[in-house]
Design a protein around this ligand. Structure first.
Ligand SMILES: N[C@@H](CCC(=O)N[C@@H](CS)C(=O)NCC(=O)O)C(=O)O
Length: 203
């Protein structure tokens, strides 16, 4: 994409994928025109550029990026002032990508079941919550050793994963606030205070 072309980001404010993409775009200082999408009534111009019909989608008329992690990497390749990605060693990069992959796939599947436990009556909500905690305990044990997931400072992995942990916490905040994952709680609540997160979530 060239800097001269108008960029559009199709987004949905509460979508964790869109949140992480927007945080990277905002941190990189890239101008985009935000188009808030109703997921039940997706605009045809968005479907014309990306037929899979998920948000976020970034496009500039010629190039389309319709995976949130790719949007983050694209933005940080342009400008990474807080060193979220380009200071990773090869080993850290591999760790980050493995954690994000686990979050986006296995954890996200259980999270959806936990969030919508009433639509998944084969098991009790506590079962789905327990399945989510397998991944959360792994994060917590990393966070007991250092304040962020891959390095002591915030990096891509933290930003890519915390919007999903936020969703988990929101299902039953009272349970989350007293669960064993204390380091995870401290990490999440600190990230929720980030100015870039507040900026992205502002109406
Ligand atoms: N792998 C995609 C997943 C994006 C995704 O699933 N977004 C949800 C909203 S949070 C969506 O658009 N779902 C389509 C729908 O609900 O119709 C990404 O990382 O961008």
């Amino acid at each position: 994409m060239t800097n001269e072309q108008a960029r559009i980001l199709y987004t949905f404010r509460r979508c964790p994928y869109a949140i992480r993409a927007r945080m990277a775009i905002f941190t990189a200082g890239i101008d985009v025109e935000l188009r808030e999408v109703a997921l039940k009534n997706k605009p045809q111009d968005m479907l014309d550029v990306s037929s899979k019909g998920t948000v976020p989608v970034l496009c500039d008329g010629t190039t389309v990026i319709d995976e949130s992690l790719d949007i983050m990497l694209w933005a940080l390749a342009i400008n990474d002032p807080d060193h979220w990605y380009f200071r990773y060693s090869e080993a850290e990069k591999a760790t980050a990508m493995q954690l994000i992959d686990e979050s986006d796939n296995d954890f996200k599947r259980w999270l959806d079941k936990y969030k919508y436990a009433d639509l998944n009556p084969e098991h009790a909500p506590e079962y789905y919550r327990h399945m989510c905690t397998n991944f959360l305990a792994k994060l917590d044990s990393r966070l007991q050793k250092q304040p962020h997931l891959v390095t002591p400072a915030i990096t891509l992995a933290d930003i890519a994963i915390f919007p999903f942990v936020r969703q988990f916490a929101m299902v039953d905040r009272a349970w989350f606030d007293q669960c064993d994952c204390k380091a995870l709680r401290i990490w999440l609540y600190a990230l929720l205070e980030l100015p870039v997160f507040k900026r992205v979530m502002a109406k």
